[in-house]
Design a protein around this ligand. Structure first.
Ligand SMILES: Cc1ncc(C[n+]2csc(CCOP(=O)(O)OP(=O)(O)O)c2C)c(N)n1
Length: 656
């Protein structure tokens, strides 16, 4: 059965003329033991919420996963898909992509991410187990990680967090083949992985990855350890079976070649033509794929006893009813906010919004990378998730931004959880590889990123984001929100929660901001991305555009210009992506035809899209500095006076 995986991997990579045969050939025995003896799944129902999760963190070995999905009989993954490995529109892209085929639990390829996702999935399982009970949620998370995954920095954050939280149902199968791309791992690492995992309080074992009984025993033992995650280091031979190449880096990422494949067929005793799996072997695999059919039926029966709402929320926490409740709550919060003229930082408004939404959104799990008080991510309604106790609703992720972000992807992918987590906007750089994958996978993950500009003041340029907004706006399918006041903040949260297939960044201020939306509107104006906040009577001479904390500067400039007889409109632009998605007519109506000035305490990169060639940008042109916020705004020339003079200059230039 393992040789079926090896043959399919060799053949598919050869046909595609690219790909990675070595890992699937090396880990075929481990995968066969796992899938035929342990993994709880039903190939006929790959979406079964209580299935064991299998995460191929070493995503380059994608043919291992595709072969398993084909062999076990997952719908749609037929032999033609394997023949079309790495081709446009196939279910078998170069690296596993979430959504491309049932049974792909997450997108992997960037090494280490899968491990971080698996930690989130294992945590989701415990959180939901606590809420729904053993009959409905009780499964393992298995992750297959290679040397590369374990060399990546993110692995340390993931391992450390999982060990601390005592995620006993997480089992990592380490493909300990001592080979990566450049050659033997001894070229670049001397780590003792077993010792490293042990130091983070994992159960560990070492096995011969080609001895099925030893593998099975190690998995059994790992499952028996309930208060610690488990690492099983499986010593394997990369490219196992390839007579001239096995055990070498040359099998890692290129086709073996016809001769070597012929030799491997002989050596493995696999006399079948390419892409052909003999009937008895395929039948044995299909039986493995169907062996939990009865368990699945039992689960359905148990789930049938749940009330309809709880049943839905197990996989879809923000259903139509919850969406309605969110909308009603946000309207009420906005009405309250619009009456309260006290200055509030948007991180504080966000905290108030979270507190109101907390009782409404099922599976709403908060957290922060050790900046809880600063991010405003915790409310008095929360309780903490602690090692071994998962009844809580708030996770202390520790100083692990990357691990937190990858774990949040896992929480969202698992289903049943709406994760949000905080850090400073500037440290989005430490989250970015995971944010990119949230976006690629279309997951509702909400990043609460505070201290969003020089407005944070004294902490200085290391902490003051200038290019991060532009960098985040460059990521497709990511909504980057920068609300201008508490009302906009509530509106942005509503959109973030409603966006089932788009992650969100909420860029929030440290400093207090005055209320701009003093007149309540039931309509969510931020949902359109931008809207006219101030329209002068009798047409516009100039349009001022601002985001977040700089909208108030635009408003002050508009008022001063007005006194001089210059008619200035103010546009608030809390979300570029949503505005870009509006009809051209709406965008034209908002932007108007008058010359434009934009103000944002960040770099100009990207602003031409809204400014056109002529428009003027008022913002940052380099890194910030350490000083009180008010002084910094003056020092860097991000003031109402600067906006006014930019507008005047622009109008003079146009007149000429
Ligand atoms: C973050 C990241 N960096 C680099 C790569 C490129 N890459 C793909 S596989 C690999 C080596 C992985 O070695 P190992 O995990 O031992 O896999 P094996 O050689 O056993 O297949 C590298 C560097 C990547 N996919 N992701």
């Amino acid at each position: 059965m393992a040789n079926a995986i090896r043959a399919l991997a060799m053949d598919a990579v050869q046909k595609a003329e690219s790909g990675h045969p070595g890992m699937p050939m090396g880990m075929a025995d481990v995968a066969t033991v796992l899938f035929t003896r342990f993994l709880k799944f039903d190939a006929a129902h790959p979406e079964w919420p209580d299935r064991d999760r299998f995460v191929l963190s070493a995503g380059h070995g994608s043919m291992l996963l595709y072969a398993l999905l084909y062999l076990t009989g997952v719908d749609g993954m037929d032999i033609d898909q394997l023949k079309r490995f790495r081709q446009l529109g196939s279910m078998t892209p170069g690296h596993p992509e979430y959504g491309h085929a049932p049974g792909i639990e997450t997108t992997t390829g960037p090494l280490g991410q899968g491990l971080g996702n698996a930690v989130g999935m294992a945590l989701a399982e415990r959180l939901l187990n606590q809420r729904y009970g053993n009959d409905l949620v009780d499964h393992y998370t298995y992750a297959l990680a290679g040397d590369g995954c374990l060399m990546e920095g993110i692995s340390q954050e993931a391992i450390s967090l999982a060990g601390h939280l005592r995620l006993g149902k997480l089992i990592v199968l380490f493909d300990d083949n001592q080979i990566s791309i450049d050659g033997p791992t001894s070229l670049s690492t001397s780590d003792d992985q077993i010792e490293r995992f042990r130091a983070s309080r994992w159960h560990t074992a070492r096995v011969d990855g080609h001895d099925p009984e030893a593998i099975a025993l190690a998995i059994e033992n790992a499952r028996a350890v309930t208060d610690r995650p488990s690492l099983i280091a499986c010593r394997t031979i990369i490219g196992y079976g390839a007579p001239g190449k096995q055990g070498t880096a040359s099998t890692h990422g290129s086709p073996l070649g016809e001769d070597e494949i012929a030799g491997a067929r002989e050596r493995l005793g696999w006399g079948h033509p390419p892409f052909e799996v003999p009937k008895p072997i395929l039948a044995a695999w299909r039986a493995a794929g169907a062996r939990h059919a009865a368990t699945y039926e039992q689960w359905q029966h148990a789930a049938g006893r749940l009330d309809a709402e709880a049943r839905t929320h197990l996989t879809d926490p923000v259903d139509a009813t919850v969406r309605e409740k969110i909308a009603a709550a946000v309207k009420a919060i906005k009405a309250d906010f619009s009456k309260d003229e006290a200055k509030l930082a948007t991180r504080q408004s966000s905290q108030k919004v979270i507190e109101k939404l907390f009782p409404i959104v099922p599976g709403f799990i908060g957290g922060s990378a050790d900046l809880t008080g600063s991010n405003g991510t915790l409310t008095k309604l929360h309780s903490f998730v602690t090692p071994g106790d998962y009844a809580g609703t708030y996770i202390h992720y520790g100083v692990r931004e990357h691990g937190m972000s990858a774990a949040m992807n896992g929480l969202a992918l698992h289903g049943g959880i709406v994760p949000y987590g905080g850090t400073f906007l500037v440290f989005s750089d430490y989250c970015r590889p995971s944010i990119r994958l949230s976006a690629m996978m279309g997951q509702r993950v909400i990043y609460v990123l505070t201290h969003d500009s020089i407005g944070l003041g004294e902490d200085g340029p290391t902490h003051q984001p200038v290019e991060q907004l532009a960098a985040l706006r460059a990521i497709p399918n990511l909504n980057v929100f920068r609300p201008a006041d508490s009302v906009e903040c509530a509106e942005c949260w509503e959109v973030a929660l409603e966006s089932a297939e788009t992650p969100s960044v909420l860029a929030l201020t440290r400093q207090g901001l005055p209320l701009l939306r003093t007149t309540h509107t039931d309509e969510n104006l931020s949902a359109k991305g931008a809207y006219v906040l101030l329209e002068p009577e009798g047409g516009r001479d100039v349009t001022l555009i601002g985001t977040g904390s700089e909208v108030v500067i635009a408003v002050a400039a508009a008022k001063a210009l007005q006194e001089d007889g210059i008619k200035a409109a103010v546009i608030s632009l809390p979300c570029w992506e949503l505005f870009a998605a509006q009809s051209e007519a709406y965008r034209d109506e908002v932007l108007g035809t008058a010359p434009r000035v934009a103000v944002e305490a960040a770099v100009e990169f990207g602003w031409r899209k809204w400014l056109g060639d002529q428009g003027v940008f008022v913002g940052m042109h380099g890194f910030g500095a350490s000083a009180p916020a008010q002084e910094l705004y003056k020092h860097f020339g991000i003031t109402a006076e600067a906006v006014q003079s930019a507008a005047r200059g622009l109008l003079r230039k146009i007149k000429k």
